[in-house]
Structures are given as structure tokens and as C-alpha cells.
Design a protein around this ligand. Sequence first.
Ligand code: AMP
Ligand code: ZN
Length: 457
Amino acid sequence: MSLALYDTWSRSVRPFISIRPGQVDLYCCGPTVYDHAHIGNLRTYVFEDLLRRVLVANGYRVRHVVNITDVGHLVSDADAGEDKMEKGSRRTGESAWAIAERFTAAFRSDWKALNLLEPTHWPRATDHIPEQLAFIAALQDKGYTYQTADGVYFDTSKQDDYGHLARLDRAGMRAGTRIAMGEKRNATDFALWKFSPAGAMRQMEWDSPWGRGFPGWHIECSAMASKYLGPWFDIHCGGEDHISVHHSNEIAQCQANHGTRMANFWMHGHFLLDDGAKMSKSSGAFLRLQTLIDRGADPLAYRYLCLTAHYRSELRFTEEALTASGAALDRLRRAYAGWPEGGAVDADFSARFHAEVDQDLNLPRALAVLWELVKSELPMATRRATVDAFDAVLGLRLAGWQVEEPVIPTHIASLAAERRRARAEKDWEQADAVRVRLRDLGWDIEDGEKGQRLFRR
Ligand code: AMP
Ligand code: ZN
């Protein structure tokens, strides 16, 4: 079976075929670095990492761009309020530039801890001001912009299909709820360039043909994606909250400038919920990966937890769920570490595993196949080789795992001795009965070259 992915643009799972043979170009909206990433943000990056690994498993080379938003993301999506970076600077007393550095470094460390594959490009918005200015100038030349007292705006009324990604009801929006419009002509219009407030010096500001100021948030992604991946590329990703504003606006800009909807597939990860509420950075109350680590959790247990839910369903975070994921990961590691090398991948299990991940990244079902394999009666070396191959997608770093010999309780050890005796006496019935008892007590026994070996199930 071949790869099929859900595309938010068409609202359907459809076969994935790359634009260029053998290569996939992938753009993922990255962090706004005014604070730490929370584990909700990180769930989205885990989803994108799984996507990348599945593409690689399908034989593609992947160019993967993750931008760093270090300017222009305002507190409100309606282009009002302060820049999050400048607000962060007031909160901590550091400069906006220092904050960006600090939280970018922290983000990269979370990235490594979760065993996410390094992107091929990590472009920063502030390193791409000329590209953004050129993009805005092109939009102006094509007649899509207008200027107000506080900035240069994109006129969404010039596009009949503006908001298609989000299935926006524009007529309803015009007639319905009041939205803070300022001098905007349409509720959905958005800032391309904002002027620095009169009389105030921003920490991050640049000259432009329209006045001193800073870029809007959406233009950075359109400009950087076009620069690194061209005007039409394979997949654009982000969290589900981006569909209605940020991604709709990225598409509007590219539609106007290049005549494309940017990417062939638009994919969105659903939210991580914290006790039923969305985890949000702006609310300030959120869980960091480092907090989980400080409480004794393994970061890869969080990765495992993400694998247990499909990326298009919400996932409720609880400490119990994290503990259960940690225990499952531990069981997997111990089983794996007890198996010898030198086997070959089992074709049947491999086909079943890949059929699941190729069907819109069905990781929960793929995990079920993995556990069926672990508990199977296949030779241990075969299981090891097959799990190794699965781990190229799962990213649980099994190969590097060093296991301590398990501490074996006395009653388990004496059952194992009983089985050894039964086998020596060729009493197979008794040997099997003991194995079943051990299983019921949570232990597996394997017969290797060096005799019996016990490990936790
Ligand atoms: P931000 O740093 O706020 O720009 O967000 C970074 C990424 O995390 C974006 O792709 C968001 O859509 C995503 N995101 C934000 N909150 C959550 C959440 N609670 N669960 C999953 N993804 C999220
Ligand atoms: Zn973006």
C-alpha cells in the first residue's frame, strides 16, 4: 500500500505523490521564542517529526524547514496589541534579542531530548527582513495592499477564495460579530508591515519604503518558505490553531504573489489538552518538557505518549498517562535489550507496521503491531531486527539504550530454576507450565545460547 495523508485544504485523506521525484519539501511553522515551548507545542513537532520519518521510510529525501519567529507575532491575532517579543522583554528585563537567543537555545534542547530529526534549515525571521520587504513590495505592485496610520495591510477582499483552507464564512463575518477593525477595510485583512509607535523606540525595528517598523507575523513564513522551498512545495504543517488565521494568510500572500496555494498538502496536528483545557503559552500556565524531566520523567516517555494518540485527535495530558507511557517504554527497552543481534527483519510484521503508518500516520495502530511482535514467538534476533526497523519511524532511540540487568525477585528466580530442571529432565509439559506462571507474574523467559534469560514483560 502506498502513502496517503490527510490534507486540510481538500478535507480528505489522499494519496501522497511528491512534486519532484524522490524528494519532499516540508515547511513547519516554528516557535515564537518569547517564552519556553510547552509540551502542547512539542506535541505538534513530534507529529511533524513522525511525518518526516514516514516520508524517509517511503524512500524520500526530505528538505525540512522550521522557522524561528523572533519578531512580529502580536499578542492578538487581529493585529492589535504588543509584539510578544517586546512583551517578553518587559516581563524578564532582558532585551528582546537576548530573550530570542535564550528561548531558541532552550527550544533546541527540547528538540534533541525528544529525538526529533534536525531540520535542514532553521531560518530566523529577523535574518530575513530584506526577503520580507521584497515580498510586501511585490504584493503592493500587484495591487493587494493599502496603508493605514499604523501599517501596511493585505486587502483580503481582492481574493474570491480567501479563507478556503479554514472554510471561512466571510459573508457571515461581515454581518456578524464586531471585530476590532481600526482602519482595516475588512475584518480578515492583516498587517504585512507595522509602523513603530510614534515617539517610541522598539528594540526590533527596521527601515522600509513605508516607514520604520517591523514585519507582520504571516509574511515571514511566506517569504522564508518561498526562499528555501520555492513557490510551490509538498507539505506545510502546523498546529490546528493556525488554520483560520496564520495559514489562511500565508496562502493569501502566496496566492497573490505566486499564484499558488503554497503547498500541495496542508497538515495540522491537533491540540494537547491539559485537564480538558487547551495548553497555551500566552496564558502563562503551562507545562514544559524540562518540568517533566525534573519530576523524574524520561523525555522519550512523553514522545511515546504522543504516539499513543492519532495526530488528528486531541490528546489529554495527565501524569498517569505519562507514567503509563514511561512504563511501556521501559518494558519495550528491556525486552529489546535482551535480544541478540544478527537477525533479519520479519517481512510480514514489517508490511503490517508500514501499512498503518502509511495510512495517514496511524501510530496507535502501528504501536499495537509492535507489541504483537514483541510478544510473539518469533526468534529473538528477528524481533530485534524488526523492532530496530520500526524504531526508524518511532524514534524511541532503542538501539542506544543501555539496560542494567534486571533485579530478579527470589520467587521468580526459583520458578526459573524449576523450569531449568524440568527442561533438563525433558519434562516439556512442566517447563511450559512454569513459563505460563512466570508470564502471569509479569516475566518472560527466553532460551538463548547462554541458557535462560529473564526479563520483564
Ligand atoms: P507558537 O510557539 O505559539 O507559535 O506555536 C508553535 C506550534 O505549536 C504551532 O504549530 C502551534 O500551532 C502549536 N501549538 C500551540 N499550542 C498547542 C497545543 N496546546 N497543542 C498542540 N500544538 C500546539
Ligand atoms: Zn507560519
